[in-house]
Design a protein around this ligand. Structure first.
Ligand code: ATP
Ligand code: MG
Length: 567
């Protein structure tokens, strides 16, 4: 494509609202244009990259027996009422001119299950895997980082349908493999991590996380074994402590000591030897408390799962805590409380507790579990930390990294098929609910993640498989001889299947090189009068800035060689 005929406008400065590198670079390079918060136009260069990503996805899914369809974006609200998901805040709802309630597709479990319940009759019709690549709309509360968390974005979503859990697990494993192949082909450094399965019992789920400092997700992994998980769900080992001294429970004054760190300093003990008591409201709005070591933080996703809720529980306000316990937070503890008490597994064999006395500015020491308070349940509710012992191999310890979730695979079970009556007739003639899985890839997020993972101070360094163009041809002079060589090479490369961006603008070389570095195609071919006179052209690799000089007739072969080697 000739630059002069295309629609590429680079900018000198990034917009003020661009916080992360990839967002800045995509805007400066003229790849994306904001229309409204979280809503962007994909300009031509971005669209080319997206199309290449989609092609790789299609190839890997099609060869594993998935079938592509395209479902509507506008969906009747009744479907969402069937699964009880109409209340989801990300759903953008509206009525049409007849007053009929609709919403925009935030995801398609409801629609695809509706299709399946109409089409599938018997076990002979299964298994199936349907997928689509389509625009989603989610009314995200805080869209940010450009395409990373948009309101409108492109997703590949796939859904598997099976007769039983064993075959559903096989379908899941097949998609897991497909995702591994896809993200490897895209050239990513990524990790596959265990993720939150919500409250659907027995479910399996993994996230595909591209490693990047700016990632919104925190990943915990073991330095000895394969274990890796989103910190939201990273499990912890129970902690064994030596038994504490016995003794009578005793109240003591702690004036003004409101925090664990104040108390630890005043008592001259480590924070982890103290215990904090936190108050939350459960699904029915009733108060519960969680006890953790003073040095630990509560993990909201683990709290949610411990209480069987669909969203993280809310903490009680200071006034609510005071009304419940008689004291302000900081002076509260479990003794005398008549509410469920959940004890973190790090405390499972602690015998001697120091806790708030439920009287302002007072604490209790020598509090014995069983004698002075009774826990309802021991659960793992703390946030995993770097250095914690790995519960899987029990040898290594946790390290952490940040990631961008580009894909998510999920064994759903019968949650949607039961709610919507999607059944099949089994061999014994009985109607059974279909076992489902769902599998998403954020296509536009994936494109931006590639930029986030691959750039330098001058701009983007596109990985070859998804570069908008493979070669950026900078023509510096427009005399007949130079143009003849340039046009010849352009045609030769295009004919060999190498896509070329032909920078034919009448701009200074400095401007062209700067733009070439910014928009980041893997190879730059420089054709100018001076080089022509010397009988050589310059081929520069964007990543290494390594330049080789070679005669025009050898250029195409060299480009093909570099492309073949993946550079
Ligand atoms: P997140 O935790 O980031 O909100 P999610 O778990 O809600 O994502 P899924 O429902 O699993 O997302 O969607 C499948 C994929 O779609 C995600 O793995 C992600 O790559 C992409 N995705 C989700 N929300 C957005 C968004 N707002 N903007 C861009 N891509 C998104
Ligand atoms: Mg997800």
């Amino acid at each position: 494509m000739k630059w002069s005929q295309s629609h590429i406008f680079t900018l000198r400065d990034a917009p003020a609202d661009a916080e992360i590198t990839s967002h800045k670079l995509l805007v400066r390079g003229g790849f994306i244009k904001k229309l409204a918060p979280g809503i962007f136009t994909l300009q031509h260069l971005a669209l080319r990259s997206v199309r290449k990503i989609e092609k790789i996805i299609r190839e890997e899914l099609d060869k594993r027996g998935c079938t592509e369809i395209l479902m509507p974006m506008v969906q009747p609200q009744e479907l969402w009422a069937e699964t009880g998901r109409l209340g989801i805040e990300e759903l953008l709802k509206f009525k049409n001119r007849n007053g009929h309630p609709f919403c925009l597709g935030a995801t398609h479990e409801e629609v695809v299950t509706d299709i399946i319940r109409k089409d599938i009759k018997s076990y002979r019709d299964l298994p199936k895997n349907l997928y689509q690549i389509q625009t989603k709309y989610r009314d995200e509360i805080r869209p940010r980082f450009g395409l990373m968390r948009g309101r409108e974005f492109i997703m590949k979503d796939a859904y598997s349908f099976d007769t039983d859990l064993d075959t559903a697990k096989k379908s899941y494993d097949l998609m897991y493999d497909a995702y591994k192949a896809i993200f490897s082909r895209l050239g990513f450094e990524f990790r596959i991590v265990e993720a939150d399965a919500g409250n659907i019992g027995g479910s399996v789920t993994h996230e595909f996380q591209v490693l990047a400092e700016s990632g919104e997700d925190r990943i915990i992994y073991c330095n000895k074994c394969e274990f890796a998980a989103n910190v939201e769900v990273a499990p912890n080992m129970p902690v064994n402590e030596p038994p504490g001294p016995g003794g009578e429970m005793e109240e003591f004054d702690t004036p003004g000591l409101k925090t664990i760190s104040d108390l630890a300093k005043a008592l001259n003990v480590p924070e982890k030897s103290l215990t904090k008591t936190l108050f939350y409201a459960d699904a029915d709005g009733k108060p519960v408390c969680f006890m953790l070591r003073g040095s630990d933080e509560a993990n909201p996703v683990k709290l949610k799962n411990a209480l069987g809720m669909s969203a993280a529980p809310l903490m009680l306000t200071d006034d609510e805590v005071k009304a419940l316990t008689g004291a302000s937070p900081g002076s509260c503890g479990p003794v005398g409380l008549k509410i469920p008490i959940y004890l973190d597994s790090a405390l499972h064999n602690r015998t001697n507790f120091t806790v708030g006395a439920n009287r302002d500015d007072k604490h209790l020491r020598n509090v014995a579990r069983g004698r002075d308070f009774k826990e309802t349940k021991i659960v793992d509710i703390r946030m995993a930390q770097v250095g914690d012992q790995c519960p899987r191999c029990q040898k290594g310890s946790f390290k952490q990294a940040r990631g961008i979730e580009v894909g998510h695979v999920f064994l759903l079970g019968t949650k949607y098929s039961k709610a919507m009556g999607a059944t099949f007739l089994s061999q014994d003639g009985s109607a059974q609910p279909i076992q489902m899985g769902c599998y998403g890839i954020g296509v536009t997020r994936t494109m931006q993640a590639a930029v986030e993972q691959s750039n330098d101070k001058d701009g983007i360094i596109w990985p070859l498989p998804i570069a908008p163009f493979t070669v950026h041809m900078c023509v510096l002079d427009f005399d007949e001889a130079t143009m003849k060589v340039a046009n010849g090479l352009y045609q030769e490369l295009e004919a060999s299947g190498v896509d070329v961006l032909f920078d034919d603008r009448e701009e200074r070389p400095g401007v062209k090189f700067k733009d070439a570095d910014l928009i980041g195609m893997p190879l730059r071919l420089t054709i100018g009068k001076r080089g022509m006179e010397a009988g050589e052209l310059e081929l520069t690799q964007r990543k290494t800035k390594e330049t080789i000089k070679l005669p025009p007739q050898q250029v195409a072969a060299k480009v093909m060689e570099l492309v073949k080697n993946g550079r």
